[in-house]
Unconditional design. Structure first.
Length: 93
């Protein structure tokens, strides 16, 4: 039984990787990648802190409703996005 579940999980993982370009760290499909690229390219102000571009802190596409892959994407500094995620983890979300 365990080996059957393991094989199914392995097959599902391979299927997901094939469907999103093979990237192991890309849990979302092609539409997400296109939307995220557009958000990063057009962001001028971080939606979390309200500040502009920083040379050492690149833009990321952040889900407004954290953890919901269908929620709106807005541009955020990487540090702001990570900080927001860390706060949510600390609260147990």
């Amino acid at each position: 039984m365990h080996s059957v579940r393991h094989e199914r999980a392995r097959q599902r993982t391979a299927q997901i990787r094939r469907s999103n370009g093979g990237g192991a760290n890309r849990p979302y499909g092609g539409d997400y990648a296109k939307q995220a690229a557009e958000v990063r390219a057009t962001t001028h102000v971080c939606w979390i802190c309200g500040e502009g571009w920083r040379a050492d802190d690149p833009w990321q596409a952040d889900h407004v409703d954290a953890g919901n892959p269908l929620s709106q994407l807005l541009g955020a500094h990487r540090s702001c996005n990570i900080g927001r995620a860390n706060k949510a983890r600390a609260k147990g979300k």
